[in-house]
Design a protein around this ligand. Structure first.
Ligand SMILES: Nc1ncnc2c1ncn2[C@@H]1O[C@H](COP(=O)(O)OP(=O)(O)OP(=O)(O)O)[C@@H](O)[C@H]1O
Length: 707
């Protein structure tokens, strides 16, 4: 029975959450006919059409299209048997007029020559803009005509058009209708068309009047006018709508008297079948005679892949802003990081109060002769405070001299300096006595021989850096003095000898942070790039429309992946060049392995972005999810502070996240020179791969199930 109809809809229910949009709706579209679906905005027309083409899952009832159930193997729907022109333009703005039509021709499996012939026919028929005009530069009406051409290009068996004539010139509208009549009568094509212009449906073989999720009537225009004794379809629709308002269509098993001539209409639950559909079918209507089963295309088809690659590539290279974003931002981000993070801190204002000398600045001071050995094991000191102050001539420190300790402390309180360094008036004599007396020195002498420092630790980095620098500089000073005194070299050193196995004393914080920043930047770039592109594709309707034309979600995913993974290759090269060739940061391991670890994280980010794009309804939600999850991930990653600083349970959790162990791996390769077989390198690669696959599989599953 279903085979006799192009579309057979039986008791279909569709809900959006608690909202019932299609309410046990029935509809029959004869083969080789035009079916005009009329209804006010929001009554559920688009939902019904999307369900017919298999893009929306219904919550009840059955739909048969061209003898099969949409989405079932062999039904050919979605696929090239259907031509779908959605309400939105659903085309790529970076396409030219010609590109758009060729794209749909190609994904429907047409030969280039056939597409070309068909394109020229449609170009003339629909008065399309010039071939090379970009769609983003076309008017709304022009875009709509191109969209119609894209739906018609492969001469489908069933053509479904959601408001194709909006904004179209009346003469052209007439021509489009004539074309529809011709393809239905001569080509046996079945057409479903929705429109707000009710009267243009007079040329339809049958019209369905839809309201609030019900089909109030389904009849040929002539019969409708007869039954309701009206001049226009508009009036007939009005009468039916009034009846529904008054609840006279509620008990739909009961015959309802017509308002105007008391003729009787029988109502099915949500459709009114007035009479048998008696429009003559076209003589060439082969579809009713010949049951056509379509061999279901595989999940991946080379022609469709080529068409999709071409589309993605054009979308990419014709979007200059996008290219700038994708290629320049990794460079800018890495450069900004290397220049701004972890560099030597300079010009920290430090208050100096030197009570030992009246001339606080020690002008024309010469350190020679300030430490003179005068017998075995002793040394005579003079002007040691000035000598020490010369050791403070370091780019990190800007000395600010104060006469009194009170003034200096006051300056710290007011934020003018970050610390006070105080030298007592007996510093030199006490220092000498301290050395001479050794273990017998008095506490008071010890106190006077000390340099006292008070630091503002509200900025921990500056305070701590200054503290360690002062200790370093004092050690230098002490060693220089001891050398002059001819004491045993190293006497003044702390009795702890620290050597470096990996890295060196000079390694900056930048070097610690580099692996983390490379990985987080590339992860985020991958995630942003993928989620933005996929959401744009879906939002523009291109994704859905392509799927209706027969493209599979896997093909779309694979082709996006190929292009973005290629862009990622360049982005990683750029970043590594900046860090290791331009900034010339040292590295000990294999460059290819470092490249691989960073690249893998880029892919992992893409996969994460893919998942975000699937669960997000729009760009702003995607951005919120991306940044909302990314920031905690970054903080837990050990990028800024070693994970060893976290509570043990949190540390375990952090290590399970996508890039925590990858950062460790990259650090192990770059600083320790470990190879891929080292377990602490493999862990990071393994975790990265796990997340790459996990996000990918979950996303593909969600795409397949979410409709
Ligand atoms: N994804 C969705 N989630 C929730 N509600 C939706 C969704 N899509 C549509 N709706 C709601 O379902 C109802 C029917 O929408 P639909 O787009 O099918 O109507 P329509 O008849 O095609 O309207 P129009 O002619 O304006 O396009 C509307 O109230 C709409 O707000």
């Amino acid at each position: 029975m279903y085979d006799n109809y192009a579309v057979y809809v039986q008791d279909v229910v569709k809900n959006y959450g608690s909202k019932e949009v299609l309410k046990k709706l029935c509809m029959k579209v004869d083969r080789g006919s035009i079916y005009g679906l009329l209804g006010a905005s929001g009554c559920g027309k688009t939902t019904l059409l999307s369900s017919i083409v298999g893009r929306k899952k219904i919550d009840g009832g059955e739909i048969w299209v061209l003898g099969g159930k949409p989405g079932e193997p062999g039904s050919g729907v979605p696929g090239p048997r259907v031509g779908y022109m959605p309400q939105d333009i659903a085309l790529v703005g970076e396409f030219t007029v010609k590109d758009a039509v060729f794209y749909f021709g190609r994904i429907c499996g047409m030969e280039e020559q056939s597409i070309n012939d068909r394109y020229h026919t449609l170009h003339a028929l629909l008065e399309l803009p010039p071939d090379s005009r970009f769609l983003k530069n076309c008017s709304g009406g022009q875009q709509r005509r191109v969209s119609l051409a894209a739906a018609l290009v492969h001469s489908p068996e069933l053509l479904i058009m959601d408001e194709p004539t909006v904004g179209v010139d009346p003469v052209l509208r007439d021509r489009i209708w004539n074309h529809l009549v011709e393809i239905t009568s001569k080509g046996g094509v079945s057409v479903i068309i929705t429109t707000h212009y009710i009267e243009e449906c007079r040329q339809a073989h049958k019209i369905g009047l839809m309201r609030e999720g019900y089909l109030l009537a389904e009849e040929s225009p002539t019969r409708l006018l007869q039954i309701f004794n009206t001049e226009t379809l508009e009036e007939a629709f009005l009468i039916l709508s009034r009846r529904q308002e008054e609840g006279r269509l509620e008990n739909l098993d009961q015959p309802v008297a017509d308002d105007q001539n008391n003729s009787v209409i029988e109502h099915a639950p949500s459709t009114t079948s007035v009479a048998t559909f008696d429009i003559a079918h076209g003589s060439t209507d082969m579809l009713t005679k010949e049951k056509r089963r379509v061999k279901r295309g595989g999940a991946v088809d080379a022609n469709r892949l080529r068409a999709l690659m071409d589309k993605n590539w054009k979308q990419f290279y014709r979007n200059i802003t996008g290219i700038v974003f994708l290629l320049a931002f990794p460079i800018i981000q890495v450069t900004a990081f290397v220049i701004c993070i972890g560099g030597d801190i300079k010009d920290i204002p430090l208050a100096i109060v030197n009570d030992e000398t009246m001339t606080a600045h020690c002008p024309n001071f010469d350190p020679n002769g300030t430490a003179v050995p005068y017998d075995f094991g002793s040394c005579h000191f003079s002007n040691m405070s000035c000598r020490f102050l010369t050791h403070l001539d370091h780019p990190m420190i800007t000395k600010v001299y104060y006469k009194s300790l009170e003034d200096a402390v006051d300056s710290v309180k007011h934020g003018k300096v970050v610390g006070v360094l105080y030298i007592t008036e007996n510093f030199t004599a006490s220092a000498e006595e301290r050395i001479e007396k050794g273990k017998d020195v008095e506490q008071e002498v010890l106190d006077f021989s000390e340099i006292k420092v008070w630091l503002d630790m509200s900025n921990r980095q500056i305070g701590a850096t200054l503290k360690y620098k002062l200790i370093d500089l004092y050690t230098d000073f002490q060693n220089a003095v001891f050398e002059d005194c001819r004491f045993v070299p190293g006497l003044g050193d702390l009795p702890v000898q620290v050597d470096y196995y990996f890295g060196s004393k000079e390694d900056t914080f930048t070097i610690f942070m580099t692996p983390g920043s490379l990985i987080t930047i590339i992860f985020f770039m991958g995630a942003m790039m993928t989620s933005q592109i996929i959401i744009t594709d879906r939002h523009d309707g291109v994704w859905d429309r392509s799927i209706v034309a027969g493209v599979t979600s896997l093909e779309i995913t694979v082709t996006h992946f190929i292009l973005q993974a290629s862009v990622l290759i360049i982005q990683v090269i750029e970043m590594l060049i900046v860090v290791y060739a331009v900034i010339k940061q040292d590295y000990a391991g294999y460059m290819w392995l470092m490249y691989f670890i960073v690249y893998l994280q880029g892919l992992c980010g893409m996969s994460y972005g893919f998942w975000v794009s699937v669960i997000s309804v729009n760009h702003s939600m995607a951005n919120t999810v991306l940044t909302g999850i990314f920031l905690p991930m970054m903080m837990l990653s050990g990028l800024m502070w070693p994970t060893e600083g976290m509570p043990p349970l949190l540390r375990f959790f952090a290590k399970c996240l996508p890039f925590t162990l990858s950062i460790e791996s990259l650090r192990n390769v770059s600083k320790k020179g470990w190879n891929i077989f080292h377990s602490q390198v493999l862990h990071g690669i393994g975790v990265g791969m796990f997340w790459l696959i996990f996000f990918g599989v979950v996303s593909v599953y969600l795409i397949k199930t979410k409709r």
